[in-house]
Design a protein around this ligand. Sequence first.
Ligand SMILES: [Zn+2]
Length: 268
Amino acid sequence: MQNWIPGWSRKAPEANDGYIAINGPDIWRPEEGWIHRWGAAEGAVPDGEEPVFVGTLDGRALYAGPLDPGFLLYQASPVSLRDALINEPDAPADLLNLASQVMQWWHDHRFCGRCGHPTGFHPAERARFCEPCGIPFYPRLAPCVIVLIRRGDRFLLARSSRIRHHFFSLIAGFVEPGESAEQAVAREVMEETGLKVSNVRYATSQPWPFPHQLMLGYFADYESGDLVLQEDELAEADWFLPDDHPPVPPETTIAGRLIRQLKQEMLS
Ligand SMILES: [Zn+2]
């Protein structure tokens, strides 16, 4: 990755600044790379929209926002954010993650949730601001846990009953209010599989902008219980050997990375 520095500014974009076109769930790429030149895109910002600063890439200011479909039709091609982050290992994931989450937040907080007044720019921070209430509204983040459970020489993989993937993945869920991430791991595993786990240990994390999760990745050890699946969550789950398991998510995802790390430990 180039020198990407996330940031915040109220400065208006200039001709050679960059612009990341985000319309709904899609990133619209220019002919080359991922970033449009503001001078070329400027006339195509829809009425009522404004470019939102997201940071600098190699010193060049970057903004994000939607562009007029008529412009995009001839000047750009769409890639879903999900495809960009999962299936395109060369995509600038950090930058797309931030830009898409900022745009989501920007559109979701146009009005104050307390008094209904339109929100504006916060004078100093990346926040929308209600003047009458004095409340800032920051981009929303939802912490989620995802866990790979080891039992002797095997680990647990599960297939979701809600998402039609061909691969098996890990147990995951949102952290509830008042709960630690480790407590969330134990609760989610118990709810979805009926298993008790121990030795819950943090491994790594990944922002996941669908729309605003922060995935916290854990390992845990099987302690007791038999697999009893929560049917509206899991279609099937089983214990697999590191050298003999069904297809799993790619290593652009935190699930794929946790599985690779544990396999390396088990096979070394
Ligand atoms: Zn208000």
